[in-house]
Design a protein around this ligand. Structure first.
Ligand code: NAP
Length: 253
């Protein structure tokens, strides 16, 4: 009997710790995208499953009794595959996702957009010429910003060095800063002030791990552009916290 925990987030690591401490048989799964991932407690597997077919086969082969999708709120493909594999195999699935940032006191002043292309257009419009746009959206969708911001000063915060963007060269005006959360307010203020940041672009990731940039943007009078979350796949139960997820697993095993 196994609990498969699709991870890659701070919440997933917390959940793995909680399940291991309860003596529950959990295997965490990491996509294998970053070179030095933070490892959760307990057993870990790395790399994709090979689509829905591969995931469904894995669930059957490993006698999985409960599937937890604790991937990042923007890991849309993995979440969809989890929902399809669960429907196909009958393995119960729950989605764990921290609340977004819509309750932040400044959120009413932010520019909420549906996708990265619109975020790029909005940032280009809001940043005065010569001032910097800070992209904190990871590396995967940086391509969506090339057309609008390719010749503007951009600071892209990424975990691993940025050698190219979707096989295209990194624009000469772009600088990358290598870092990963958790972030503190003082560091975020220093980063924004030293690079003359006018606009911060973020996904609505939620949580406290990376939220200091929102407070720092408010203090620096930088505009904030927020890409809305993709929807949770239809019919999948959503919980926000680790303790609810542990309760759910107990009920399944
Ligand atoms: P994605 O686009 O939804 O998934 C693309 C493919 O990567 C999936 O089809 C799957 O490959 C593989 N994959 C993703 N998560 C996996 C996991 N936990 N275990 C095994 N395979 C996984 O995902 P993504 O947005 O690239 O994110 C990749 C990982 O980084 C996720 O685990 C996520 O939690 C973490 N992360 C993502 C973000 C973000 O903003 N997207 C931010 C922080 C952390 P197969 O089809 O071959 O199974």
């Amino acid at each position: 009997m196994t609990v498969l925990l699709l991870g890659g987030t701070a919440e997933a690591r917390e959940l793995a710790t909680a399940l291991v401490r309860e003596g529950l048989p959990v295997v965490s799964s990491l996509a294998g995208r970053v070179s030095r991932p933070r490892l959760p407690e307990g057993d870990v597997r790395h790399g994709g499953f090979g689509g829905v077919d591969g995931l469904a086969a894995w669930l059957r082969e490993h006698d999985v009794h409960a599937l937890i999708d604790a991937t990042h709120p923007f890991a849309e493909t993995m979440s969809r595959h989890a929902a399809e594999a669960s429907a196909r195999t009958g393995v119960p699935l729950i989605r764990v996702a921290r609340p977004g940032w819509s309750e932040h006191p400044d959120s009413g002043a932010w520019h909420w957009v549906e996708d990265h292309e619109t975020a790029a257009q909005t940032a280009a419009r809001l940043a005065a010429p010569g001032r910097t746009v800070l992209l904190t959206i990871g590396r995967q969708r940086l391509d969506a910003y090339l057309a609008e911001l390719g010749d503007r000063p951009v600071l892209a915060r990424v975990v691993d060095p940025l050698e190219d963007i979707d096989a295209r060269p990194v624009p000469a005006n772009w600088t990358s800063v290598l870092d990963r959360g958790p972030y503190e307010l003082a560091g975020e203020l220093e980063l924004m002030r030293s690079h003359d940041v006018a606009v911060v672009v973020t996904k609505d990731s939620g949580g406290a791990y990376t939220s200091a940039k929102l407070d720092a943007a408010g203090r620096c009078c930088a505009a904030v552009v927020v890409v809305r979350r993709p929807a949770v796949p239809q019919g999948v139960e959503l919980v926000e916290g680790v303790s609810q997820a542990v309760e759910w697993v107990r009920g399944r095993l």
